[in-house]
Design a protein around this ligand. Structure first.
Ligand SMILES: *[C@@H]1O[C@H](CO)[C@@H](O)[C@H](O)[C@H]1NC(C)=O
Length: 334
């Protein structure tokens, strides 16, 4: 190679490196801008319902309208009862959900007093669970939430028997386990890892993807015009159900930030992609015979780069605080 051509190629490499560095820096600035809490907010509606699901896949906690609910990095929490810190596994230590056992959606919970959870289910006597006594001394077990390993502790034989009776009509086979920690440790779900705005601590407890999810009721209303039997918003298992001031179905697809009340702020981190869960009627525990609403969602809510249709948005907490029903909901004002 002559010395001129070597100088030319060195120059070309130099220009290439400079361009690449400049471009990377530009992308970083764009990302940083989009990751900064907005200064201006625009009201979009109010919080119609807040859902805490003490046991994964089961019914939400019954709450009084006036209750203030804490939002911290692990999820919603009320009187010592936290969202999705209880879960059912089987004898092979595999996560059990209503996808395989639809009757789980009829397992209801209410709080008798702080930390005193009452479980009920059709045809079963109620059973009380002292959440304060759970601590970390139960038998340690290894299980997974959608292929993501998670350490859990057994809750107790009495509860295993109750669940086995209700779900299998047997003495054993199912176990109730709890999340023994006060911090998030689960790895980010593999489907979520490439989302640019998700943080390590957004992963929650036994949640599928993140600790918080918001459903726009206007979107569900629009979906319900497309299907023969309307779905209950609860079938989408949102932490928050938003009632918009002026119904704008799917407006949430374009939001980057959500603020609830005066203090709680979330970054929108991903669309919520859907499996067969929303096909289970929450009142009857029966799967929709025509595979709705999932089949209809597949026709118009399949986004590029995602394998399943999306409705609702996953949120990552960026400013903690408390929320209550009817709180004003804001999004970034551009
Ligand atoms: C536990 O559940 C998994 C997934 O549904 C299933 O493949 C496995 O056979 C079950 N194990 C037992 C012992 O029931």
């Amino acid at each position: 190679m002559s010395s001129t051509s070597s100088a030319t190629s060195k120059l070309a490499i130099g220009i290439g490196v400079t361009l690449a560095t400049g471009l990377t820096y530009w992308y970083y600035l764009q990302w940083k801008k989009r990751n900064t809490v907005p200064e201006k907010w625009r009201r979009v509606g109010t919080l119609e319902q807040i859902n805490i699901f003490p046991i994964k896949s089961c019914a939400p906690l019954k709450l009084e309208d006036s209750t203030e609910i804490d939002c911290d990095i692990l999820g919603l929490k009320y009187l010592g009862c936290r969202d999705r810190t209880l879960m059912v596994i089987n004898d092979s230590n595999e996560m059990i959900t209503a996808r395989a056992y639809p009757r789980m959606v009829l397992i209801a919970t209410k709080l008798l007093a702080p930390q005193r959870l009452i479980l009920s289910a059709p045809g079963m006597e109620t059973i009380e669970l002292d959440l304060g006594a759970l601590k970390a001394d139960g038998e340690q077990l290894k299980t997974m939430v959608w292929s993501t390993p998670v350490q859990v502790r057994s809750v107790g034989a009495k509860y295993d028997k109750w669940l086995s009776k209700y779900l299998l009509d047997k003495e054993s086979g199912m176990r109730l386990v709890h999340y023994p920690l006060e911090k998030p440790v689960k790895a980010i779900n593999s489907r979520m890892v490439r989302q640019p705005f998700i943080l390590k601590d957004d992963r929650g407890t036994f949640n599928d993807a993140t600790s918080y999810m918001l459903m726009n009721l206007a979107s569900i209303k629009e979906l319900n015009t497309r299907i023969p039997r309307p779905v209950d918003p609860l079938q989408f298992r949102g932490s928050f159900q938003l009632k918009m001031d002026t119904d704008e179905p799917y407006a949430e697809d374009h939001w980057q930030w959500v603020k609830i009340g005066d203090e709680v702020i979330f970054r929108v981190v991903a669309p919520c992609t859907r499996c067969i869960f929303p096909n289970i009627n929450v009142n009857t525990a029966i799967r929709d015979p025509d595979g709705e609403p999932l089949n209809t969602l597949k026709k118009y809510r399949l986004f590029k780069g995602y394998a399943t249709p999306a409705i609702g948005i996953h949120l990552g907490l960026r400013s903690a605080g408390s929320v209550k029903k009817n709180a004003v909901v804001y999004v970034e004002d551009k």
